[in-house]
Design a protein around this ligand. Sequence first.
Ligand code: ADA
Length: 561
Amino acid sequence: MIRTFETHKIRYQKELSESIWKFTPCEGKYSNVAFDAVVPGCWENMPEFGAYRGEGIYSRKIEIGGNIRFEFKGVSHTATVYLDGNKIASHYNAYTIFDTVIPNLDYGTHHLEVRVDNRFSTDSALHVPNDYMTYGGIIRPVVLEVLPNIYIESMGLTPKKVGDEWRLKVDVRLKNIGIDNVKSYELVLQGMEQEVKVDEIEIEAGQSIEVGTEFICPKVQLWDFNSPTLYEITALLNYDGGVIDDFIDRVGFREVKVEGKQILLNGKPIRIKGFCRHEDHPQFGCALSFSAIQADIMLIRDLGANSIRTTHYPNNEIFLDLCDEQGILVWEENHARGLSLEQMENPKFEIQAECCIKEMINAHYNHPCIYIWGILNECASDTMYGRQCYKKQYELIKELDPTRLRSSASCKFKTDICLDIPEVISYNIYPEWYVDINASEYLEDLYAWVQEDLGNSEKPFLITETGAGAIYGNRSSYLAKWSEEYQSKALQDQIRAVFKHPGCSGVYIWQFCDNRISSEYFLNRPRTMNNKGVVDEFRRRKLSYYIVKSLFQACGNYIET
Ligand code: ADA
């Protein structure tokens, strides 16, 4: 499944998941033996490759011809793509989209091969042994499209409020992949009971152009937690009286801004009742199916939550589509977790992190559910070099998307030197778990330091992680650590502390479900899992599920003023 709605009704588009691919590992006992594999999928879910870290080749035949576009929604973590033996693309980072266009391919049977590598090395600055698993495989859909010579490359939708009136800025990018300069093309933009035409479009061979327009939208229904209204916008490219290409996306009208210490959604101060969530499941690895994603969202909604933090990487578009539809605010995070100064000094770090930011924002810009871009979870924000990197990345985000908020989840207790840069201050705290201090005291102490550090400026303050570990089924009459009882008690204290603190805009619980970690990363993790979920990896509810649910349900989405 590509998305939850059709993005093309004219352009030929097909997901390459309808038949079995071949997977051939490059090393180990099965090297050069071909196995049947499903795409999308992780090789760890195949019986022979539960712990395989290495390179492998996915291959299949396709019958096609013309101008072909392949879109890879996620390959973990490094991909090199070949068509009939010729290299056509390469990409680093599991969690962002890349594409490649092959003009004028002969009609017939072609051989598609994707070499996938999930090894850790100095070439990989973001995928390092970590408290989550770097799986191997083609983990998100592969899409095949046939394009006309002139096609619609992208469509950016920016809702903006001018006084009391909503407008929608539409920016379409057209590309000519043919060998002739062309003219007399017409772009038609439809949506919200309106139609705007731009005619006499000319594009030189091999060039792209931007065509922009603005809709005035007098009767807009806002996108909100309880009524997440979405509008479909269609771009049609016409030539000589016929439609030759289309592009469809959705937009939601909502305003996100900060005012003093509050985060406002459509003018009202929100209270975040959130979960951090890894894309992880024992049956699917990180390649969760549509139904598994929606099943998670249903549990998260049942828990009374109104927001999800995509720890620690950009998520599947299907997840974002579902959050758009169900009124769930998303903190979408660029890929990076817990990188030390030394890891940030890897010469590949800046370029890889910046590419990931660009790819994330370009691909997910139109999703109304995203209210904040997060970067560099728990990295070296207490060092001068770290600060330079944070600053550069924050600036890049602002350039690409000035409409959303920016933040970083910090663990630098009283030593962070980057708090002046983003709009929102965020901290991960584990009182009553890693530190044996009462949750309210710990929070107050940190909050007071942050205010001192900020001097005269005011900013919203979020707790982006808090929690405790519990092994499902481990019960204790004396609140032993790792028991469901202990986790429930710690979470209760932590959530209450945040909700009663007048300076906090809310909390993200660490975490929704237990997740597998990379075996190279140990850090006292029983079962080679991070066990702080309120459900375990099979989504079985721990005692804490019910505690969190009652605390979340007891307070609203907005803070009363
Ligand atoms: C962090 C980190 C998470 C996870 C958590 C924990 O602060 O951001 O990825 O590792 O701690 O469980 O300790």
